[in-house]
Design a protein around this ligand. Structure first.
Ligand SMILES: Nc1ncnc2c1ncn2[C@@H]1O[C@H](COP(=O)(O)OP(=O)(O)OP(=O)(O)O)[C@@H](O)[C@H]1O
Length: 378
């Protein structure tokens, strides 16, 4: 039995694996190859390098989150996927075709297989829900009877069959986004681009729309690219994530890996914003920087896998002969995996000695549990 098999406390955490190399073959739905995008200087404003050295692939059938702060380059990336912008260098391959090389009718045809939904829905206020959904089909030259049947199907798919004749002003934000999703799916696209599609919605409606997108991905097999500045959206929906910062991909991989193993400070700061990382106020307020004789060191351990963390405290106590306390614990389901963090109190020696802390950190490292020392409590 090796060290890993002997653990009853969930899987040790594998190092995060970049999306790019794994999905560069034909299983990629979208592939960025050596992309850069520079907006030229204009009327005295300097040029902007919005994207530099972008090389990654979005697996076919995946839900991939692209997260970044304002100005990171997310919208530029999306506009490259649907051919609204051309790269300055490199190629964007969508479904094995170089969309960056297409123009005119060819580009318009390719764009029919790429749907898009927006933060502010972008519905025509003068058209009913049904007529908004019909629009791309009219443009594509569908027959009237076929449009009618398809629109009815789409309204049912997004759960608003009864809103057929309603105008956007008569719909809630969530209902408007359902119309937007139905319109985006009208021409049966292979890719659905979501540009901050839930940013204008309350948390409950956001949850419902993200659930709808998950169903669409599962049932129709549509690849979803989720542009967002919120890690909570990535956590709820995506399996893969790409972190953009100042035009560069700083980290990418499976969501569960990135959540347990964030490397880049920008990823760490996104993660700090989601509740899983926060400590109970009563504990956080007691943590100090200096050890106190007879107190405890506070260690946070990341755990992952079914039963994650269940027996970690007991094993540590037994194997190291320590009086370990569990100060707080949180387990979430992220990217389809159980991921969590345990905050442990490790006793200091009578004179504040750290021998037990050193042994605990070595033990955790041996079993590949990422751990950090948060400070000390009396
Ligand atoms: N058409 C344009 N012309 C000039 N500069 C642009 C243009 N579009 C974007 N930029 C610049 O490129 C950079 C990246 O912008 P982009 O909109 O892609 O970022 P973003 O991550 O989507 O930001 P936000 O979340 O604020 O929408 C920014 O510095 C932006 O000012």
């Amino acid at each position: 039995m090796n060290a890993h098999q002997s653990l009853a406390i969930g899987q040790p955490i594998a190092p995060p694996e970049a999306i790019s190399p794994a999905a560069t073959a034909s299983d990629a739905m979208v592939r960025f190859e050596a992309i850069s995008k520079t907006y030229p200087a204009y009327r005295g404003k300097p040029g902007v390098n919005a994207l530099e050295n972008i090389d990654f692939a979005i697996p076919r059938g995946s839900i991939t989150g692209v997260i970044g702060r304002s100005g990171a380059g997310k919208s530029s990336l999306v506009r490259l996927i649907n051919g609204l912008e051309k790269p300055t260098t490199g190629r964007v391959i969508v479904d094995n075709r170089d969309i960056s090389a297409l123009a005119g009718r060819e580009l318009r045809l390719a764009q029919r297989s790429i749907g898009m939904i927006f933060q502010h829905f972008n519905l025509l206020s003068s058209r009913t829900a049904a007529d908004n959904i019909a629009l791309p089909l009219e443009i594509a030259g569908w027959a009237k009877a076929d449009i009618k049947a398809r629109v009815a199907e789409l309204l049912a798919l997004v759960g608003i069959a009864d809103k057929h004749d309603r105008y956007p002003s008569e719909l809630s934000g969530g209902q408007k986004q359902r119309v937007g999703i139905a319109r985006a799916l009208a021409t049966r696209p292979d890719v659905l681009l979501s540009d901050e599609a839930t940013s204008a919605l309350d948390p409950q409606t956001t949850r419902a729309i993200l659930d709808l997108l998950a169903n669409i991905n599962r049932e129709l097999g549509v690849t979803i690219v989720l542009i967002t500045h919120e890690m909570s959206v990535v956590r709820q929906l995506a399996r893969e994530v790409v972190v953009l910062d100042a035009g560069h991909v700083v980290e990418s991989g499976h969501v569960a890996d990135i959540f347990t193993h964030p490397k880049h400070p920008i990823t760490q700061s996104f993660l700090a914003e989601v509740i899983g990382d926060s400590l109970p106020v009563s504990l956080a307020s007691r943590i100090v920087a200096e050890p106190a004789a007879g107190g405890q060191a506070v260690i946070r351990v990341q755990v992952r896998g079914a039963g994650a963390g269940d027996t970690l405290v007991a094993r540590l106590a037994r194997e190291l002969g320590l009086d370990v306390s569990l100060l707080s614990a949180r387990i979430d389901e992220i990217g389809g995996q159980h991921v969590g963090s345990l905050t442990l109190g490790i006793p200091l020696g009578i004179s504040g000695g750290e021998d037990a802390v050193t042994r605990t950190l070595a033990w955790l490292s041996q079993y590949q549990f990422p751990a950090e020392r948060l400070g000390y409590v009396a």
